[in-house]
Ligand binder design. Structure first.
Ligand code: SAH
Length: 263
C-alpha cells in the first residue's frame, strides 16, 4: 500500500492556528488554553513564552520551529508539510504563534494551504504585540483626542524586496493615524528619516521591548531622537515602535521625570 493510501485510511486530524499572545501566559485566551491542552502535536514559533507550554499535555510532541538557540529558523515549506502530514495522520495539531496568528504571522497563507488539502483549520486569536505594547505604556492607540485610526505596519521590506514608503505612512500619521511598527528596530534609521519627511521631529514616539514579560522595558522620546534613543538604550527585538500624538501625555511625563524615559 502506498503512503497516501495508508494516510487516507486513518481518521483525519485537525490544525488550530493559535495566538499565544505577547509572551506572558496570563494573556492567553481560554480558547487557546483549551486547544493547547487538546493538542497531540505542537509546532511552536519563536516568541512563544515557555510559560504557555505548561498547558500542553505531557504526551504531546512539542516541535520548536523558530530560531531559538541561535539555530536557523525552520523553512516555511517544511513547517507547512509537517502540519499537513501530522494532521493527515490523525493528530490534533496546534501551530502556536506569538501574538495573533493572522498579524504578521503567516497564518493566512498556512490556513489557505491546509484548506486546499481538505484539512479543517481553526484560527484562535491572540493579543497582538502592538496592542500589548500600547497597553503596557498605558496608551490608547485610538484616543479620540489624537487619532481616528491606527496602522499596523512591518518595518521589513515588502515581499517583492521594495522598501517601505515611510513618507506615505508619515502623511497618514499626520492625518491622525497612529503608527504601530512591528520588526522596526533593525531599520529604525530609515524609518526615522522617512517619517521625518512628513512629520515634525517633535512627534512623540515610544519603543517597547518584550511586552508583557518580566524583561519588558521601554523608552519614550520623539521622532527626531528615535534612532539615537534605540541605540543609546540598547533596545532590541522583539520590540514595537509607536509613533503619534496618542503618546503626548506619556511624552510630557517623560520630559518632567526623565527617570520615566526607560523602564
Ligand atoms: N504575530 C505577532 C507578530 C509576529 S512578527 C503578533 O501578532 O504580535 C514579530 C514581531 O512582533 C517582533 O519583531 C516585534 O516587533 C513584535 N513582537 C512580538 N512579541 C513582542 C513582544 N513581546 N514585545 C514587543 N514586540 C513583540
Amino acid at each position: 500500500m502506498t503512503e497516501a493510501h495508508t494516510l487516507q485510511a486513518r481518521p483525519c486530524g485537525s490544525v488550530a492556528l493559535v495566538g499565544a499572545g505577547p509572551g506572558n501566559p496570563d494573556l492567553l485566551t481560554l480558547k487557546a488554553v483549551r486547544a493547547i491542552r487538546r493538542a497531540t502535536v505542537l509546532l511552536v514559533d519563536d516568541l512563544v513564552g515557555d510559560g504557555v507550554l505548561r498547558y500542553a499535555r505531557r504526551s504531546a510532541r512539542i516541535i520548536h520551529v523558530g530560531k531559538r538557540g541561535g539555530c536557523k529558523s525552520t523553512p516555511q515549506a517544511f513547517i507547512q508539510k509537517l502540519m499537513l502530514t501530522e494532521a493527515l495522520r490523525g493528530e490534533r495539531v496546534v501551530r502556536l504563534k506569538g501574538g495573533d496568528p493572522m498579524i504578521f504571522g503567516r497564518g493566512g497563507e498556512e490556513a489557505d494551504e491546509l484548506r486546499v488539502h481538505g484539512i479543517e483549520v481553526e484560527i484562535i486569536n491572540g493579543i497582538t504585540a502592538g496592542l500589548a505594547a500600547a497597553t503596557a505604556l498605558g496608551v490608547g492607540l485610538t484616543h479620540r483626542d489624537h487619532a481616528h485610526g491606527v496602522i499596523f505596519v512591518t518595518g521589513h521590506a515588502r515581499a517583492d524586496g521594495s522598501p517601505l514608503h515611510w513618507p506615505t505612512l508619515a502623511a497618514c500619521a499626520a492625518q491622525g493615524l497612529t503608527l504601530v511598527v512591528y520588526m522596526g528596530v533593525a531599520s529604525v534609521e530609515a524609518l526615522q528619516a522617512g517619517l521625518l519627511r512628513a512629520l515634525g521631529a517633535g512627534t512623540p514616539a515610544a519603543v517597547l521591548q518584550n511586552a508583557s514579560l518580566t524583561t519588558q522595558r521601554h523608552a519614550v522620546c520623539n521622532l527626531g531622537s528615535l534612532a539615537a534613543t534605540v541605540s543609546a538604550e540598547g533596545l532590541e527585538s522583539p520590540a514595537i515602535i509607536i509613533v503619534g500624538d496618542v503618546l503626548c501625555g506619556l511624552a510630557q511625563l517623560a520630559e518632567r521625570a526623565p527617570s520615566h524615559r526607560v523602564a
